[in-house]
Design a protein around this ligand. Structure first.
Ligand code: CIZ
Length: 313
């Protein structure tokens, strides 16, 4: 059954000139069939550079939108339109405009987990892999409105000492990760390195060996001499970590850290998406152009200093 699905997907991929991109949090079988697995920064770069005419995006809506923002000439398909992001929904363009009116001189930095409309209202985009670098690129005397994740914002604030006006948003999946559970796991695996995502709360970040984006974790584990790792992010990444490091051992900081939206994409839906060429991501040209400015500025800042900040340890 699974093999049959895979064969049918492969056949249609060739016929329609398709690339399948999957986020690190996707189901194992989705990661395995993808042409490329990565974080949203990686995936947006891939989307911008691919020569394929159709992108099937296995992730959540804002990620597929980012691919469309960068590659308007390509058909970008999201196999399930319900794959949203509660964190992205915590900021609306109207509420952001209001905050901008209250702070007219502030630069707006939006986390990539935001809608195209919100990106269009922002000055620069960032991901968890480059948030600090993006904040540091803004002149010291400028105030910064950082949206929508208060924990990522708080993490960057503590590392940069910059005055950030934080938004009250959070990722419900990362809030399932608790300090207490990590301390229990640490008792059982005292040599384990604790890697947590900056969307986790301050009390979790405070006990981590390192705070990293998902790609930062993938790189760190590859280079580390440690054998055991406690992983504080969405559990989907454990598949990739185990696959690329079969000799190492991984323990989820919380088995409850499973994003229900990420898990909406599966092989059946990818096949259906290819058969019906649905759901096509569409963004008005006016919004797309403004959103692209924020995303392109991030890519420029990211490339300027050569390396992702969180990968420098
Ligand atoms: O940037 C991304 O893809 C997200 C949402 C998390 C991460 O660290 O990869």
């Amino acid at each position: 059954m699974k093999q049959d699905l895979i064969e049918r997907i492969e056949k249609l991929k060739k016929k329609r000139d398709v690339i399948i991109l999957a986020h690190n949090y996707q189901l194992p079988e989705v990661q395995d069939i993808a042409d490329f697995v990565g974080d949203s920064l990686d995936l947006s770069r891939k989307a911008a550079n691919t020569t394929a005419s159709v992108i099937v995006f296995c992730g959540v809506q804002f990620m597929a939108e980012t691919a469309k923002i960068l590659s308007p000439e390509k058909t970008v398909l999201l196999p399930d339109l319900r794959a949203g992001c509660p964190l992205a929904d915590m900021v609306t363009p109207e509420k952001l405009r209001q905050r901008k009116e209250e702070n007219p001189d502030a630069t707006v930095i939006c986390y990539i987990n935001s809608s195209a409309e919100v990106k269009a209202e922002s000055d620069i985009c960032c991901t968890s892999a480059n948030a600090q670098k993006v904040v540091e690129s803004v002149p010291n005397n400028r105030e910064i409105i950082f949206i929508p994740d208060k924990w990522l914002g708080n993490y960057v604030l503590n590392r940069t000492n910059r005055k950030l006006i934080l938004w009250n948003g959070h990722c419900p999946t990362h809030l399932m990760i608790s300090r207490e559970n990590i301390l229990l796991l640490k008792e059982r695996h005292p040599d384990a390195h604790v890697l947590v995502h900056p969307e986790c709360t301050r009390s979790v970040v405070d006990i981590a060996t390192h705070t990293l984006s998902t790609n930062g974790m993938v790189d760190y584990v590859k280079r580390s001499k440690a054998r055991d790792f406690i992983i504080g992010t969405e559990v989907g990444i454990l598949h990739r970590l185990k696959k690329e490091n079969p000799e190492k051992r991984f323990y989820p900081a919380s088995v409850l850290a499973e994003c229900p939206n990420m898990k909406l994409i599966n092989l059946e839906k990818i096949l259906w998406s290819l058969e019906n060429m649905k759901y096509e991501i569409e963004i008005s040209e006016e919004i797309r152009i403004r959103a692209k400015e924020a995303v392109s500025k991030m890519l420029e800042i990211n490339n300027e200093r050569g390396k992702d900040y969180f990968n420098q340890y």
